[in-house]
Design a protein. Structure first.
Length: 171
């Protein structure tokens, strides 16, 4: 995320509880500072942190900044995680609705989320209507879909959870 304050970063990190063994997946195409903050936060607590991007230039920028574990993905690849890892928290900083197959994208996110995982979507405030993304999440069997109002000046935050047993993923 670009253009977020230190106070906004702290709010975002406060969402993650202080439990051992937390696994965080982060998908971004810009905003090196937040990636570095999240990586440092995870390192301090011995959490797993995986950052991925479809933007090759951004991956290069992250590698230059010392985040050598950042890896390039494509939205068309079969799965986004490595070694069948499941995640407790998933941060999505891309425009899901602009993808060729947003339903398939969400199916892949659903597959890498642990039961009851928290997924946070960050949408630029230039886009005022979140109902399209909310509908996609609802169809994808995500639950507890809620906007987090006024967390950021430049972004809407939409949270959702994967709940096992709430239906069959039928996209």
């Amino acid at each position: 995320m670009k253009n977020i304050t230190q106070k906004e970063r702290e709010k975002l990190l406060s969402i993650i509880p202080e439990y051992p063994g937390v696994a965080i997946f982060h998908m971004a195409d810009g905003g090196r500072d937040f990636c570095q903050n999240l990586n440092a936060y995870a390192d301090e607590r011995d959490y797993t942190y995986h950052i991925v991007s479809a933007n090759e230039d951004f991956i290069g920028e992250l590698h230059e900044a010392g985040l050598s574990k950042a890896r390039k993905i494509t939205y068309k690849q079969q799965r986004y995680n490595q070694h069948s890892k499941l995640y407790d928290y998933i941060y999505i900083e891309i425009d899901v609705e602009s993808l060729d197959k947003p339903e398939l994208f969400l199916k892949k996110i659903y597959a890498i989320a642990k039961n009851a995982a928290k997924i946070l979507f960050f949408v630029s405030k230039e886009k005022s209507d979140l109902s399209g993304l909310e509908n996609l999440l609802d169809k994808g069997n995500f639950v507890a879909i809620n906007p987090i109002d006024d967390m950021f000046e430049n972004y809407h935050v939409l949270s959702a959870q994967k709940m096992h047993g709430w239906g069959v993923y039928d996209m």
